[in-house]
Design a protein around this ligand. Structure first.
Ligand code: NAD
Ligand code: TYD
Length: 340
C-alpha cells in the first residue's frame, strides 16, 4: 500500500506512522504536513535517517493546496489517504476560529476533491467525539447521535464530517470517518491537558484547572486510537462513521491529581481558573459498532497508559522544551542547509 498521511508530524500522526511502518513492512508512507506550531518534523527523523528511509517520505505543504495535493496523489500513485491534518486545540479556536475553518473544513474538502479527481480507493477522515457536543450525567455518544458541536474547533470538525458524508453520497468517494475521544501519549503538544500539567508540575508551577474540574473526558492511549484508524482503513465500510473510545471516563481534576501523585508533587499546585466558554461537560463513547464490525477494543487501561505517558515525558523533557522554544525551527533550518 502507498499511503498518504496528512498531519503526520503532529501528535497522533507521528504515533500512527511509527506504528504502521512497524506493522506493515510492505507499506510506503508519504507524510504531507504544513509544520504549524504543532507539527514537528524531528519527531520522525529517526525514520528519515534509519533503515525505513526508503519507504517514508516527508512532504512539506498545505492540505489546502489543490495543485500540490493532486500532484502528490498522481506522482506517487497513492492508494489511500488518512487525514490527520488539523488545527486541534479548542482554546486556540476560541481565540481565533479562522484557521480552523481554513484547514479543518476547506482543507479537508480539498483533500476529498483531489481524492475524487484522482480516483483514490480509500480515504479515512479522522474526526472527534467533540462533533456530538456534550452529554449529561448519563448516556454515551453513538454514531447516530446528532452532530451538535459547541466550540469553533468542533464545529469545524463537524463541517468536514458532513462534507465527507456528502462526497460519499454524491460522488461515491470511498471515505470512512473515525470519531475518537481524548488521546494521550508521547509527542502531544504541551497545550493539551496531560502534557501541560506534567510540564507545570515538574517546574512547580501552578496547574490551571478550568471551572470546578468536574468536566469529564474519556481518555484513550494514542496507540489504541491509531489501531482504530488502521482498522477503519483496512476494514471500514465506505460512508460509515465509527466511534472509538478508551473506556476511561474521568473528571479533569482526577487526571490532574493522578499526575501530581505520580510525580510526588503537592495538590496545592492546583489553581482553579475561569472556565472555558462553552466548555463541554461530559464526553463518553459507545464504540460497539467499531467492536462488532472492526474488532476494535482499547488495549491499555488508564493506569498503565498514564504510567507509560509520564515515563515518556520524563525521558523526553528536551522534546517539550524543543517544541516550544523555536529551537526545532532553527534545527530544521540547519538541517536543510546541511542537505543543500
Ligand atoms: P496536532 O495539532 O498535534 O497535529 C496536527 C498536525 O497537522 C500538525 O503536524 C500540523 O503541522 C498539521 N497541519 C495543520 N494544518 C495543516 C495544513 N493546513 N496542511 C497540512 N498539515 C497541517 O493534532 P493531533 O492531536 O495529532 O490530532 C490529529 C487529528 O486527530 C485531528 O484531525 C484531530 O481533530 C483529531 N483528533 C484528535 C484527538 C486528540 O485527543 N488529540 C482526539 C480525536 C480526534
Ligand atoms: P484539552 O486537552 O484541551 O482537550 P479537549 O478540550 O479537546 O477535551 O482539555 C481536556 C480537558 O481539560 C477539558 O475539559 C479542558 C480541561 N483543561 C483544563 O482544565 N486546564 C487546562 O489548562 C487545559 C489545557 C484543559
Amino acid at each position: 500500500m502507498r499511503l498518504l498521511v496528512t498531519g503526520g508530524c503532529g501528535f497522533i500522526g507521528t504515533n500512527f506512522i511509527y506504528l504502521m511502518l512497524e506493522r506493515h513492512p510492505d507499506w510506503a508512507i508519504y507524510n504531507l504536513d504544513k509544520l504549524t506550531y504543532a507539527g514537528n518534523r524531528k519527531n520522525l527523523l529517526p525514520v528519515e535517517q534509519g533503515p525505513d528511509k526508503d519507504r517514508y517520505h516527508f512532504l512539506h505543504g498545505d492540505i489546502c493546496d489543490r495543485d500540490y495535493v493532486e500532484q502528490i496523489l498522481r506522482d506517487h500513485h497513492i492508494d489511500a489517504v488518512v487525514n490527520f491534518a488539523a488545527e486541534s486545540h479548542v482554546d486556540r479556536s476560541i481565540n481565533d476560529p479562522s484557521p480552523f475553518v481554513t484547514t479543518n473544513v476547506q482543507g479537508a474538502q480539498n483533500l476529498f476533491e483531489c481524492a475524487r479527481q484522482t480516483g483514490i480507493g480509500r480515504f479515512v477522515h479522522v474526526s472527534t467525539d467533540e462533533v456530538y457536543g456534550t452529554l449529561g450525567p448519563e448516556g454515551k455518544f453513538m454514531e447516530s447521535t446528532p452532530l451538535a458541536p459547541n466550540s469553533p474547533y468542533s464545529a469545524s470538525k463537524a463541517g468536514a464530517d458532513l462534507m465527507a458524508r456528502a462526497y460519499f453520497e454524491t460522488y461515491g468517494l470511498p471515505v470512512v470517518i473515525t470519531r475518537c475521544s481524548n488521546n494521550y501519549g508521547p509527542y502531544q503538544f504541551p497545550e493539551k491537558l496531560i502534557p501541560l500539567m506534567f510540564q507545570n508540575a515538574k517546574a512547580n508551577k501552578s496547574l490551571p484547572v478550568y471551572g470546578d474540574g468536574m468536566n469529564i473526558r474519556d481518555w484513550i492511549y494514542v496507540d489504541d486510537h491509531c489501531t482504530g484508524v488502521e482498522l477503519a482503513l483496512l476494514k471500514g465500510r465506505e460512508g460509515q462513521a465509527y466511534n472509538f473510545g478508551g473506556n476511561a471516563e474521568k473528571p479533569n481534576i482526577e487526571v490532574v491529581k493522578t499526575i501530581l501523585a505520580a510525580l510526588d508533587k503537592p495538590e496545592s499546585l492546583i489553581t482553579y481558573v475561569k472556565d472555558r466558554p462553552g466548555h463541554d461537560k461530559r464526553y463518553a463513547m459507545d464504540f460497539s459498532l467499531a467492536h462488532s464490525e472492526l474488532s476494535f477494543s482499547p488495549s491499555l487501561d488508564f493506569t498503565e497508559g498514564i504510567r507509560k505517558t509520564l515515563e515518556w515525558y520524563e525521558a523526553n523533557t528536551e522534546w517539550l522544551e524543543d517544541v516550544q522554544s523555536g529551537a526545532y525551527r532553527e534545527f530544521m533550518q540547519e538541517w536543510y542547509k546541511e542537505r543543500k
